[in-house]
Ligand binder design. Sequence first.
Ligand SMILES: *Cc1c(COP(=O)(O)O)cnc(C)c1O
Length: 314
Amino acid sequence: MYTDTNHNTPIHSLSLQLNENKFYIKRDDLLPVSFGGNKARKAILFFNDIENKNAGCIVTYGSSSSNHCRIIANIAVAKNMPCYIISPSETNVTTTNSKIIGVLNAVVIECPIDEVSQTIELQLSALKENGLRPYFIPGGGHGNIGTQSYVDAFKEILNYEASKGEFFDYIFHPSGTGTTQAGLICGNLLNACERKIIGISIARKMPYGSRVVLDSANSYLKSIDENPIENEKIDFVDDYILNGYGAYNKDILKTIKEVLILDGVPMDPTYTGKAFWGMKEFIINNEIKNKKILFIHTGGTPLFFDGLEELMND
Ligand SMILES: *Cc1c(COP(=O)(O)O)cnc(C)c1O
């Protein structure tokens, strides 16, 4: 199983033509473990910590469509560690991710969404009592370890720029729990860079969404003895969430189809396709011209296959 922490995922240009900007994409979907993505980047660091702490099994949380749970289940089974996934019964539908998780022998424990934290606590204490040394990974790989993984990704971007003599004025990416954005913002700050990091929210609204990014960034900065940042430093855009998590429209499907046709890059309607569409709308609405723009492909390839039927019908 791949355990490198220095990934250098590919960065390449895209065919998109919009306002004389030049577009590039960083392919974190190509991280070479369990279909990659930002959850793979985070998980690799979590498993380093798990080994340092000599844990015996894993407990985590996520819905049946969770990319995070797929990757955790996969690395756990490779390391011979039992994996328990607490999953809310309300959103329980069969997806490509839930099927893969089924193949990987993870134990999925369903409960109503308002009993999730209680169920996690019960599971952890039962495992502890039996001497099984459980390790809890927050949903989505949230927390300082997850944030660190995108501070590292930011360094990869700087290395790319230095080697090619390029400079990205903007970095766009889908923002969910905010860990990815917090890491990129901290990387930007710690390397004294002046560039815009714009998280296109795929579900959360302001001000809550940006508050969580701010808290994650400041928790990380505190852990390395750096000064906290202010809310103004966070560009969390909630204009393109439509009706919330998983909601999409015809323009998003059209965008996904275009990127697939012109560049052979798969995107999904919940995360990357939605955020890529949101990025285009943002660029038009804010009249961004003649810039170099990097989009981070945060993965979710199994969701591309869940959405494929819709693309064919369109
Ligand atoms: C989880 C996820 C995100 C959101 O990342 P956060 O760090 O939670 O903001 C974006 N894209 C994909 C494909 C994801 O699975």
